[in-house]
Design a protein around this ligand. Sequence first.
Ligand code: GLC
Ligand code: GLC
Length: 811
Amino acid sequence: MKYGFFDDERKEYVITNPQTPFPWINYLGNKDFFSLISNTAGGYSFYKDAKFRRINRYRYNNVPMDNGGRYFYINDEGTVWSPGWKPVKTELDHYECRHGLSYTSIKGEKNDIEAEVVFFVPLNALCEVQKMKLTNKSSKTKKIKLFSLIEWCLWNAEDDQNNLQRNFSTGEVEIHGSTLYHKTEYKERRNHYAFYHVNAPIQGFDTDRESFIGLYNEFSHPDAVFTGKPKNSEAHGWSPIASHCLEVELQPGESKEYIFLLGYVENTEDKKWESKGVINKTKANRTIEQFNSSEKVNRALDKLATYWDNLLSNYSIHSGNDKLDRMVNIWNQYQCMVTFNMSRSASFFEVGIGRGMGFRDSNQDLIGFIHQIPERARERIIDIASTQFEDGGAYHQYQPLTKRGNNAVGGNFNDDPLWLILSTTAYIKETGDFSILEEIVPFDNDESRAKTHFEHLKASFYHVVNNLGPHQLPLIGRADWNDCLNLNCFSKDPNESFQTTENQTGGSAESIMIAGLFVVYGKDFVELCRRIGRKDEVDNAQEHVDKMVKSIKKHGWDGEWFLRAYDSFGNKVGSKDNEEGKIFIESQGWCTMAGIGKNEGMCEKALNSVKKYLDCEYGIVLNHPAFTKYVIEYGEISTYPAGYKENAGIFCHNNPWVMIGETMIGRGDQAWEYFRKICPSYLEEISDLHKTEPYAYAQMIAGKDAFKPGEAKNSWLTGTAAWTYYVITQYILGVKPSYDGLEISPCIPKTWKSYTVSRKFRGAVYEISIDNSEGVNCGIKELTINGETMHKNVIPIQKAGTINKVNVKMG
Ligand code: GLC
Ligand code: GLC
């Protein structure tokens, strides 16, 4: 069953039934000020950091689901309803939610009143705009009361939920005309406040939650709304809110617009106050002034649309297949921007308090993003590298506000360093900007210990070389990409986290996934050294890569597939000899991407085994058979029930690795089949089962051993976004940035006859048409650029500003 439809023309997903199988959300904001918004207007906003600068309160995992948001209530002569259906849940005559690129528009209609609210965060602004349009569709005059509601969070989202003995006494507000200010802790160490404004006179307001709602009521039944009487309450402690009440009279056919603004302000110490105890409102007024009319707001909306059109125009395809085109041209790129901005911090599954920017996650996210805004990608790479240690190791995450690494989610994940080589080389291939390598970048944020960025990459490379185990394979450390394969942990205590608990000393478990990863990015490192004339590095590095290939062939092959690891006793993990977890996806992906044993048929065998043991109707599961009991020497992986998460779930992030592997041996049909299985637009019809948004990838889909195979969880913030974008654009559609130009090497299903790609690359445009009338998977017979025949498949870089016609004939 579907709950809406794609409107590709407007780049929107339109939800027509508010009761989606799970809240279907969108993200507003592109820099600094962000909001999450569900299809019923639930969610919250924050400034830069979802934990430390949470603006409004949101209650995760509550009853009902999706509790808290920016709510509007209409009291139309006793009939009370909300345009987004929630929180009142009065049945609407019409409902529609349009999630677009960085905006959401929600429209509700009841008894001939239509209310349409457009929510967005304007570019370069520190506020969320809510443009409310009320229309009287009846033939008589209507007098209604409109109430808004925001519940303030006392800034630190974690403390806000816990430290009630303090928090119930600290809340402070200020009321000034139609603007309601939240200034808790502003008089002490905070330099920020928030405000909620409407550009019209108000009949009344509330700033104290209990006065507005009533102690024993719910969001669905606020006292003030149902009685039609705001209490003009002033919060002192307890739970401050902001609610406006407007009296609106509408003639038949008449529409009125109101602009609500939820804003954030930072002031320097000397500019905090206007007078004793009265906050300085200069900046707030400036923001209000910027968006206090429909015209100004519409202009800001237009700018936002242009901004997105521009970003998306860097890569677009026409394949004649809507489901594919809309993912590549719109939604997958959009999700890549979201993961770039959020890392794994704030979604409807990530509560915005636990996880900052992940070292490995953020590096990987970049491969889906660099072509959109390379300058921001560059800045991000340097931010990440600045948290690295001198020996190449890394904190697992850093906090976006301070940009400092921390141990909150553990450390010693030995795959971490290598991803920096991926992001940096991807950045240089896209931009040609080798100067990033000469940038002076601190270690552990300590400026006195800074070296060139190139030295950071070298440290990453040698971190693996310097940490080899008994089989000359990389030591896994706490875990590799698979956070839950904790081979040195041996945890017996349910109160400790697998991520942060003390590892057994001298842990000697080894990872074949890291080995494959090292070969892939080790080769890239060697190539990079060659390009920048670091001949002194080349031979040495190459030797280490060659040795690793040998070790994998010797100790990492199990006959039909690649082993996954050696545990800390030196026993094989992911082998036919194991009872459970005989085969794992990660090492098949990375070793085939690295082309290990390709000539000897190892890649093909490994991929055939993936098909045979790991593939299922909804994607490729992580391991097989699923673990059914806790294996203490494996750790968290065996804690999950069979078929979920890292225990034989379809952990979508790693599926593209196998797709790339398939393209390495030319199997375009298989690569595509795997792509299609996890692609959300192809799952729209089974939304009841799939549950999460049909326009965003989820981290995990329950695998074949699960209770409900095919059910997805944890949508939005997943490496799947970047990797699927990377594999479809570069390996399947086959348009790949390289140091020397655009490399063209499609690997597609035989049945595809033709498609076109428009790619902006280093300032020039390439209009590429691919002709596959011969019905092959891969191979190029003829390639011309502007009519001129090329003898290799890399199109040399053309002059900036030019538009170039590229014709490719496969065969
Ligand atoms: C989550 C983590 C990521 C990890 C993956 C597999 O997606 O964010 O870092 O690699 O799980 O465990
Ligand atoms: C990753 C994994 C998850 C694990 C978590 C621990 O996100 O996906 O299964 O519990 O890391 O931090």
